[in-house]
Design a binder for this molecule. Structure first.
Ligand code: FEO
Length: 388
């Protein structure tokens, strides 16, 4: 699918439907797109390349839109290989094209491309520098740590286009896009950019000073309408505010005992009027979807059996993910299970206490092997405390 942006700004990106795991960890059943753009004016600029998995397809898109012209410039907004993977091939094919990138990015060229000599082709830019193409002028805006330190975004003044690097990106190939942006954009945001809320806030403040009509991200659809909706969600997410009222019940279970208690709690929460209850089986469901839901809702309950004097590894992995992504500002309850010495609750609490502004419900519900009638009363109390 080729998206139309304007007569002079062309989409030349590619869909990757063959990839099994994006960045070696994220499931992408609908694939992913590596976006790249071409600006045709007196001078011709290419905005980012694509993953090396798709170099040839991208070069074919580029050549078609060039219609016999030659690129004068390559703008590199982000050096991560899903975007920078075709730079060396591009530079070999178009040896006269000058490369514009941040100072931080210049240092990374030698790290990623030992064989290629970019020499005098590299033009480092700083905040507010411009590149005139003719009718179009590019203004570079530094966006460090929106996802990597060298990231910058680019504003094109005449058509009011923001080339947003990873910002506003989502999982999913463009040919699979059904109009539901938020679901996979949220999973992408919290798992990939989530740690850097402060830096995203800084970028949003800069963006607020620009008149933006179109957002061209490096993944996912080009955004042209209702931009306030997307920017509003990014504002909520990057402030670590809950997007919806609701509870995530995340559990790990070996023999079904902890799962039974977790599901019973979910049922009680619904009976007591919880607006939304999401349940995640951390041993089977997508871990990154669970991370997304943890950030989406205002409350969470974690339930795990004791294992080797610690907790079920899947729960440890989940809480570790939340620590990495700076999970904060939420109310959390704990259910532990143990057949002889239940310890998982204490250790889960320890990991949660290391996070910022987490209100931990005081009483840990302890299940001994299987949920008993008496345990249900404790789950009722936990539900009340979570919903208070
Ligand atoms: Fe899409 Fe941070 O790379």
């Amino acid at each position: 699918m080729v998206e139309f942006i304007s007569d002079n700004i062309k989409y030349i990106g590619v869909d990757d439907l063959d990839i099994d795991l994006f960045e070696g960890q994220y499931k992408v059943p609908e694939g992913v797109s590596y976006n790249s753009y071409l600006i045709l004016d007196e001078k011709v600029a290419v905005m980012d390349t694509v993953d090396a998995r798709k170099t040839n397809e991208w070069l074919a898109n580029l050549e078609k839109e060039l219609a016999g012209r030659t690129p004068d410039y390559l703008v590199v907004q982000h050096m991560e290989p899903d975007h920078a993977g075709s730079i060396a091939v591009f530079a070999e094919k178009y040896p006269n094209a000058q490369i514009y990138c941040s100072t931080q990015a210049v240092k990374m060229f030698a790290q990623f491309f030992e064989e290629a000599d970019f020499g005098s082709k590299l033009n480092p830019v700083k905040e507010g520098d411009t590149l005139a193409l003719g009718q179009h002028t590019l203004t570079f805006v530094m966006a460090p740590m929106v996802h990597w330190p060298e990231v910058m975004v680019t504003y094109e003044q005449s058509e009011k286009v923001l080339f947003a690097a990873d910002g506003f990106g989502k999982f999913g190939a463009l040919c699979k896009y059904d109009g539901d942006w938020a679901c996979e954009a949220r999973r992408y945001y919290f798992n990939i950019v989530g740690k850097y809320g402060v830096q995203v806030q800084n970028l949003l403040k800069k963006a607020a000073g620009l008149d933006i009509k179109t957002i061209c991200p490096l993944h996912g659809p080009i955004l042209t309408e209702n931009l306030g909706y997307y920017i509003g969600l990014y504002d909520t997410w990057s402030k670590y505010e809950p997007e919806n009222e609701g509870v995530l019940v995340a559990y790990a279970s070996f023999h079904g005992g902890t799962a039974e208690a977790a599901k019973k709690l979910a049922e009680i929460l619904k009976e007591k009027g919880a607006k939304k209850v999401a349940v995640a089986d951390l041993c089977r469901d997508d871990m990154h979807e669970a991370v997304e839901d943890a950030f989406r809702y205002n409350a969470m309950v974690v339930a795990a059996p004791t294992y080797d004097g610690n907790m079920a590894p899947a729960m440890h992995d989940f809480l570790h993910h939340l620590q990495l992504k700076t999970y904060q500002k939420r109310r959390v309850g704990i259910i532990e299970n143990g057949s002889w010495t239940p310890l998982s609750g204490k250790i889960m609490r320890g990991m949660l206490e290391e996070m910022k502004n987490i209100e931990i419900i005081d009483t840990i519900v302890t299940i001994k092997s299987r949920m008993k009638k008496a345990d249900v009363a404790n789950l009722e109390q936990l539900a009340d405390a979570i919903l208070k």
